[in-house]
Design a protein around this ligand. Structure first.
Ligand code: SIN
Length: 276
């Protein structure tokens, strides 16, 4: 395959052409892993994948082990490794409509997610905005880096439900709660990156509640309100996007109600996070 790459911004994201994700060989997989570590978000248009091909493509990333989401069955998927992400005129809330890293509450969080689009809203919208955590960290001043460098924060899987959707997590679903360093080393290139997100991070350990709340709010605001660390992906039917779930976070914009958007996500796990 002859891979062609066009960056979305100088900092994050690339459109990749010349690749059929249903037929990846070892050389292409290695090239895509390098590209993902470099760009954080890879966009592939006009892909034709069934569940098995989607899962095979995902297994080329992380440690190759597919992530089984606690909500897979509730999402309408018969396969525990495939998460349905669908919003319709009947939806009261939509998964991913807020800044987050996928299930950062896990002790060994998702390393990469591959989202495949089946239906886009008929009137436009439904973009996903991504932010580079390497660049977000790089833009912090030296005194703030010193302040957060040795801190850890708790990530709680019930938070998207209670704070995001205004509901208790569905009965029978179980979520992790894990403390991770605020600044971690990227598993591939060792670059330091900021690892807190509004979706899951509840508090910083070892400081007062007031300090934790304001410090986290300052970091969330820095990530969410700094367009130069972000890129915005527009979807078509059959677009597949891979994101590095350690080096980026994202917000799926729900601006298309009452229209339908339907996608499926397969994710792979990685190892435990290491402090930078
Ligand atoms: C997600 O957070 O995994 C969903 C992203 C999207 O729907 O664009």
């Amino acid at each position: 395959m002859s891979l062609s790459v066009q960056n979305i911004t100088p900092v994050i994201g690339a459109e990749v052409s010349g690749v059929d994700l249903g037929q990846i060989d070892d050389v292409t997989a290695a090239a895509l892993r390098r590209l993902l570590a470099d760009r954080g978000v890879l966009v592939f248009r006009d892909q034709h994948l069934d569940h098995e091909a989607h899962k095979r493509a995902a297994a080329c990333f992380g440690n190759g082990q597919l992530h089984c989401h606690p909500l897979a069955a509730i999402s309408g998927s018969a396969d525990p490794a495939v998460l349905t992400i669908k919003a319709t005129a009947n939806s009261a809330f939509v998964a991913g409509d807020g800044w987050h890293t996928d299930v950062s509450c896990d002790p060994a969080p998702i390393r990469a997610s591959l989202l495949y689009m089946h239906e886009v809203p008929e009137n436009g919208g439904g973009d996903t905005v991504f932010a580079s955590m390497t660049e977000a960290y790089a833009l912090l001043s030296e005194p703030v880096r010193d302040l957060i460098g040795n801190l850890r924060a708790v990530h709680d899987g019930a938070v998207p439900w209670r704070q995001g959707y205004g509901k208790e997590p569905p009965a029978g679903t179980e979520y992790n709660r894990t403390a991770h360093p605020l600044v971690i080393a990227h598993p591939d290139n060792g670059k330091p990156l900021l690892w807190v997100n509004r979706g899951f991070t509840t508090h910083i350990e070892g400081v007062s509640r007031l300090e934790s709340r304001h410090l986290l709010e300052m970091l969330f605001h820095h990530i969410e309100a700094t367009p130069r660390v972000q890129c915005r992906v527009r979807w078509d039917k059959n677009t597949l996007v891979i994101w590095d779930n350690i080096a980026t976070q994202h917000h799926a914009v729900w601006d298309y109600f009452p229209h339908t958007r339907h996608a499926e996500r397969v994710s792979v796990v990685g190892g435990e996070l290491q402090a930078a």
